[in-house]
Design a protein around this ligand. Structure first.
Ligand SMILES: Nc1ncnc2c1ncn2[C@@H]1O[C@H](COP(=O)(O)OP(=O)(O)OP(=O)(O)O)[C@@H](O)[C@H]1O
Ligand SMILES: [Mg+2]
Length: 363
């Protein structure tokens, strides 16, 4: 009954509350407070403070080795943090073993029991929890149907493809209906079509069951498509946490701007003042679709350059423009037919944009 009365879960017997317990309210499903992980001299995760809301779909996104799995395993209890505190639903858990946390994990290297059938693999957690056989069998069938493996229940995992085994691992985690589901690149081995289908189904399932998902991926498109928010990680540090829109339009660093979508980086000192939005130095980031391109006219303003390459991509034309303000050719995405008329390599052009669409990046 503890959940229904208004007592801090970590309250001491005298009713006082240790100072740390106040820091994580219950509507926050997962709270990390100054969580750090070191392996000897190597910092796998720098001191990280992060709140994941109840029912939220949070993606951990970043390149290989940036600390995604480490973060997930600290939440799940498989890795002990060197420093810091972990809260689930307001209760401090970093001293608890994995099975005492209401969390299920789909591991990056999913290990299925080779001697058990697919059905028994999926139902393993239910058997451990002594769920009645009839009820368990319904839930196993539901979970298998969800991942499209309803006809594979009787097989041993060894007779499935890698992608099918991965789906069994997802079904095995879903069948327990945990409050929090941790997924470490769960769709990594799947082909694009199945991956897209399961992305949609996982997102829908999460909404229906009101579960909190922490989802690790290094695929920025997957993170944009699925996440309510994305935590972008780089070299053991969370660089930015925000909605896909915030991350795309307001990246806080060059790393984030570069990792999410395509970016152009311009030297603000070499950009005409009316386009620089007040910046006189440093780097300006502008997305390819925010740039307008025209034939250069004398006294016409804009950022001058020369077309070096064009590519017609069906939905739009991509034009690469060499200009003094950028060390790499500036990419412009042109929608509509107008661009093709000036798209000859060697054409002198002027680039312009709404200064509000340019992001000033810190050094
Ligand atoms: N048990 C360990 N001992 C020593 N170093 C480790 C250990 N586990 C992880 N690391 C290091 O910590 C860093 C983060 O590893 P982590 O597995 O969290 O990366 P990741 O973001 O999940 O990468 P990937 O996308 O390749 O799975 C890496 O540099 C890794 O080598
Ligand atoms: Mg990993």
């Amino acid at each position: 009954m503890r959940g229904s009365i208004d007592v801090e879960p970590d309250a001491n017997t005298d009713g006082s509350v240790p100072p740390t317990a106040r820091k994580a309210p219950a509507e926050i499903a997962i709270a990390l407070r100054g969580v750090e992980k070191r392996y000897g001299d190597h910092v796998a995760l720098e001191a990280t403070t992060l709140d994941i809301k109840d029912g939220e779909f949070l993606c951990l996104l970043g390149p290989s080795g940036c600390g995604k799995t480490t973060t997930l395993n600290i939440i799940g209890g498989f890795v002990a943090p060197t420093r810091g505190e972990v809260y689930l639903k307001g209760c401090r858990v970093d001293h608890l073993p994995p099975h005492r946390r209401d969390v299920n994990t789909v591991f990056q290297s999913y290990a299925l029991f080779p001697h058990m059938t697919v059905r028994d693999n999926v139902g393993f957690g239910l058997r451990m929890a002594r769920v009645p056989r009839a009820q368990a069998s319904v839930r196993i069938a539901e979970a298998l149907a969800l991942v499209g493996l309803e006809d594979f229940g009787h097989r041993p995992p060894g007779e499935l493809s890698g992608g099918q085994q991965q789906r069994v691992a997802v079904a095995r985690a879903l069948v327990n209906r945990p409050v929090v589901l941790l997924l470490d690149e769960p769709l990594g081995a799947l082909d694009l079509k199945l991956r897209k289908r399961l992305q949609l189904e996982l997102a829908q399932l999460r909404r229906e069951l009101g579960m909190t998902f922490v989802y690790v991926t290094h695929d920025q498109e997957e993170a944009m498509a699925m996440g309510d928010r994305i935590a972008v990680m780089n070299a053991g540090r969370v660089e930015q946490v925000g909605t896909p829109t915030e991350i795309y339009h307001r990246p806080v660093s060059r790393f984030v701007a570069d990792f999410i979508g395509e970016s152009n980086f311009l030297d603000a000192a070499l950009v005409p003042a009316h386009l620089a939005g007040g910046a006189r130095q440093g780097t300006l980031m502008v997305r390819p679709e925010a740039l307008q391109i025209e034939r250069e006219t004398p006294g016409g303003g804009g950022l001058p350059g020369e077309i070096v390459q064009t590519a017609f991509l069906g939905s739009h034309t991509r034009v690469a423009v060499a200009c003094a303000a950028s060390s790499a050719p500036v990419t412009v995405s042109c929608f509509g037919a107008g661009a093709m008329a000036i798209a000859e390599p060697g054409t002198r052009v002027a680039l312009s944009w709404d200064p509000k669409a340019a992001v000033r990046l810190p050094e």
